[in-house]
Design a protein around this ligand. Structure first.
Ligand SMILES: [Zn+2]
Length: 121
């Protein structure tokens, strides 16, 4: 019997918990046991629900697009401004593609390199 106690160190704790639950329900405090069990179930479910909710929210709001300045692939949230990780340009999403954040009145120009011989002709 002594060897049995040594081989199950958690048995005493388990028996104590069962006895405590039985005692509490016997004296009419079953609601305390039930509320404690509900609290434990909520504590176990909260991380799972949080993880699934966070994944769902990221799938709806995270967009991958090409940077209009350096043409590298960049990832950002649909509703907020972010910076390109490659060139640091402030960007925001217009529908499903990234656009530069520029002050009002800014005109984007595209630079075209013209060879000197072509200008002289
Ligand atoms: Zn960039």
């Amino acid at each position: 019997m002594r060897g049995l106690q040594v081989s199950f160190p958690g048995l005493r704790f388990l028996v104590t918990i069962i006895a405590l639950v039985w005692l509490l329900t016997a004296i009419g405090l079953g609601w305390l046991v039930k509320s404690f069990l509900i609290l434990i179930v909520l504590l176990l479910l909260a991380p799972v629900v949080g993880y699934v909710g966070l994944r769902w929210w990221l799938q709806r709001n995270m967009v991958t697009s090409e940077c209009p300045v350096c043409h590298s692939t960049t990832v950002g949230l649909r509703s907020s401004q972010f910076e390109c990780v490659a060139c640091g340009e402030p960007l925001e999403f217009d529908r499903d593609h990234a656009v530069r954040v520029a002050p009002p009145g800014t005109v984007d120009v595209e630079v075209i390199e013209v060879p000197k011989e072509e200008i002289l002709d």
